[in-house]
Design a protein. Structure first.
Length: 198
């Protein structure tokens, strides 16, 4: 083989290796990160149950709750937490008899909900009125990364007052906890629609 042929083969091999190296070499542009993904959170499909099935018969009120709920009572009558293990959430319920102090109880419920306005992007209120069952209440929906994104109160305006606040034991993140927030909104509506006083 002549020197000219060797030179052509060497140049061809060098060009082929150079092309291959450029093709395999990573691009100098920066990588584009993928958006943050969240685990899918879905509530279990179970039939609602009566709160009476979880508490003692002397409880001052009754309502339907999600079938996965567990009750953790407190010493005060009507106080306790409805625990939802599937989402590490709980609805803290406090009960007070109305003794000429309905205005104070309602003001306290508003104050406790609006304490979250420091971190909430907004707070909306939905009025609930059912004169047939004597249930009057407000559902508070707190937007953004508030520790308690759903709160409510209900009363018969003469004898009973109940307040609830939903908490999830996770870092507040409105995007990742949106399904849980939606669940608690629907759960509070179920409470209000099925609430009965004793």
């Amino acid at each position: 083989m002549t020197s000219k042929a060797r030179w052509i083969i060497a140049v061809s091999a060098a060009l082929s290796l150079g092309t291959l190296a450029v093709w395999l070499w990573p691009s100098s542009s920066s990588a584009i990160p993928k958006p943050t993904g969240y685990l899918r959170i879905q509530s279990p499909e179970v039939a609602p149950i009566s709160l009476e099935a979880l508490t003692d018969p002397a409880f001052p009120y009754s309502m339907e709750v999600h079938g996965s709920a567990k009750w953790e009572g407190r010493p005060e009558a009507g106080w306790g937490d409805l625990v939802y293990p599937w989402c590490r959430g709980r609805m803290q319920l406090t009960y007070k008899p109305v003794q000429g102090n309905l205005g104070t109880l309602i003001d306290d419920a508003h104050t406790l909900a609006f304490k979250h306005s420091v971190v909430a992007d907004g707070i909306s209120q939905k009025l609930y009125v059912n004169p047939e069952t004597k249930v009057y209440g407000v559902l508070f929906k707190l937007e953004g990364n508030a520790a308690s994104s759903v709160q409510f109160f209900a009363t018969d305006s003469t004898s009973h007052f109940i307040r609830g606040a939903a908490y999830v034991f996770a870092t507040p993140n409105a995007d990742s906890l949106a399904p849980v927030r939606q669940f608690f909104e629907e759960e509070v509506i179920r409470y209000l629609e099925s609430l009965s006083w004793k």
